[in-house]
Design a protein around this ligand. Structure first.
Ligand code: ADP
Length: 486
């Protein structure tokens, strides 16, 4: 307990502008809750539109010097921040568990994953290149250079409180952009703690400004029409993403959108079933299913559906549910009562339409927002759970006949973030990977997230890529200089 109160006490609770912590204008605050107990952890400054404007003022003031800072210096700051996060992983993980719910082991892997974006982009910062070419007609030369896009607004969700931030902050720092971060209301503490880490790593004042708030639209909305802002990068729900796109159009902002998913998990008759079950546990249960890349629906070849379902149910049914900070917990609570109730509603809808509960199926009574890991079989096509993002530990299984049918089922969604495919047939694997309307495919694996790879979607899952060599491009503009030699 003392560890727990110590990490909460140590975390900053204010608004961070121009290198200083301050109270919200008006002095208000909002409560951050532990979803494992339903009880408040602490109060955090409730940023207002005035605070967001001060944050943009600071970002604008810092932009020119930051863009002129040698790439190697920007890289070293990121590298030091990676080291500090690695050294402090236990405390960062505990803080994350307390505000978000996931088990300490899962929080620890998120800290590693989140820090990895800093290490990766420290290596990218020194590889921002242009080109010098001959005019095909001869005579003149064509010179291109990459420059930072300018001050950015970065809006992050609650499900990965650090990693969704570092995959934006890392490339922005590497590219030479300044920024305002608006962390999720439900989980601001990890981001506030990270802010201190970046300051300690040597990030100059004004480069990163952080404005927690309980009223996102009112607080950051005015920034969207301020011509000094040049980019918005958002991770969250598709409706909010669409609204931000509309606002961004008025100011013609550069936009990156990482929105909802509805990932299909395809198991073909020729799959290695051990690998498919293992992959399914990861794709479904990582982050308790509260992930845009979580497998949302399992489409399994008829000949292996019974075996796959039974083995998946055995694995999920054996997982230990509990407070994320307790030793041995594998499945923590959902983020809040609304999320727990929505998961219950989708399960009830499927069961009402004829699905069978193989394991789990209900919320856990008592404090906190727990839901038992659940496997549903014989899920009818009209069940809402097959088309809506469940964001919880529920695996609905349906059987398919042919490869064409599997692909059609997989693509039958407005979303297009990721799909998982299990098959041992190389030709089928590539055929299906090419046919899937998604930005990412997990081929015989349930985990695609990797700082070195381009993460992102198509269709209603958004556009833009985070991580990989693509990630920094989101924060760079290309300038072309026509050079006359005569
Ligand atoms: P989720 O369902 O994951 O909470 P949201 O899209 O509601 O997803 O929220 C993701 C992030 O976007 C959070 O930081 C939230 O505060 C912020 N947000 C929500 N609505 C708006 C808005 N209208 N303008 C700007 N940010 C918003």
């Amino acid at each position: 307990m003392s560890d727990q109160s110590a990490v909460v006490k140590a975390a900053p609770k204010g608004i961070y502008v121009a290198g200083e912590w301050r109270d919200a204008s008006g002095g208000g605050s909002f409560a951050v809750e532990d979803p494992g107990t339903g009880k408040p952890l602490c109060e955090v400054a409730d940023g207002q539109a005035d605070d967001a404007r001060s944050a943009l003022d600071a970002a604008v003031d810092a932009q020119a010097d930051w863009a002129a800072t040698p790439p190697r210096e920007r890289a070293e700051i990121l590298r030091r921040a990676w080291q500090l996060m690695t050294d402090r992983a236990d405390d960062l993980a505990l803080l994350m568990t307390l505000e978000m719910g996931k088990s300490r082991a899962e929080s620890k892997s998120e800290v590693t994953y989140a820090a990895e974006f800093f290490r990766w982009f420290s290596e990218e910062a020194v590889r921002i290149e242009g080109r010098y070419a001959q005019n095909p007609a001869g005579g003149s030369r064509l010179l291109t250079m990459k420059q930072p896009v300018g001050p950015c607004l970065l809006i992050t969700p609650w499900n990965f409180p650090l990693a969704m931030g570092t995959r934006k902050i890392g490339p922005a720092i590497a590219a030479g952009c300044t920024m305002i971060v608006k962390p999720a209301q439900l989980t601001p503490l990890s981001m506030l703690q990270l802010t201190d880490v970046l300051a300690e790593a040597g990030l100059p004042p004004g480069v990163l400004n952080v404005v927690p708030s309980s009223s996102a639209a009112k607080t950051v909305g005015p920034l969207m029409s301020d011509p000094r802002l040049r980019k918005v990068s958002f991770t969250g729900s598709t409706p909010v993403g669409k609204s931000l796109m509309e606002q961004a159009s008025k100011n013609l902002l550069r936009v990156s959108m990482e929105l909802g998913g509805n990932a299909p998990f395809l198991v073909f008759g020729d799959a290695d079933i051990d690998a498919a079950v293992e992959g399914a546990v990861v794709a479904k249960m990582r982050n308790n299913g509260e992930s845009c890349v979580a497998a949302n629906r399992f489409h399994v070849a008829g000949e292996v559906a019974v075996e796959f379902t039974a083995r998946l149910a055995e694995r999920l049914g054996a997982m230990k549910v509990g407070h994320g900070a307790e030793e041995g917990t594998q499945v923590g609570p959902l983020i809040d009562a609304d999320q727990r109730d929505k998961v219950g509603e989708l399960v009830d809808d499927a069961v009402g339409k004829g699905a069978r509960v193989v394991t789990g199926g209900s919320a856990v009574e008592g404090d906190g927002y727990f839901f038992t890991p659940t496997v549903l079989s014989n899920v009818p096509r009209e069940a809402r759970i097959l088309t809506e993002e469940v964001f919880g530990p529920v695996a609905p299984v349906t059987a398919f006949g042919s490869e064409e049918e599997a692909l059609a089922l997989a693509n039958n969604t407005e979303f297009g973030l990721v799909a998982y495919v299990f098959t041992q047939d190389l030709r089928r694997a590539l055929r299906v990977a090419e046919g899937l309307q998604t930005g990412m495919v997990g081929l015989n694996t349930g985990l695609v997230s990797n700082a070195a790879a381009p993460f992102g979607g198509v269709k209603a899952s958004g556009f833009g890529r985070e991580g990989g060599t693509e990630g920094i491009e989101e924060y760079l503009s290309t300038k072309y200089v026509a050079v006359s030699l005569s």
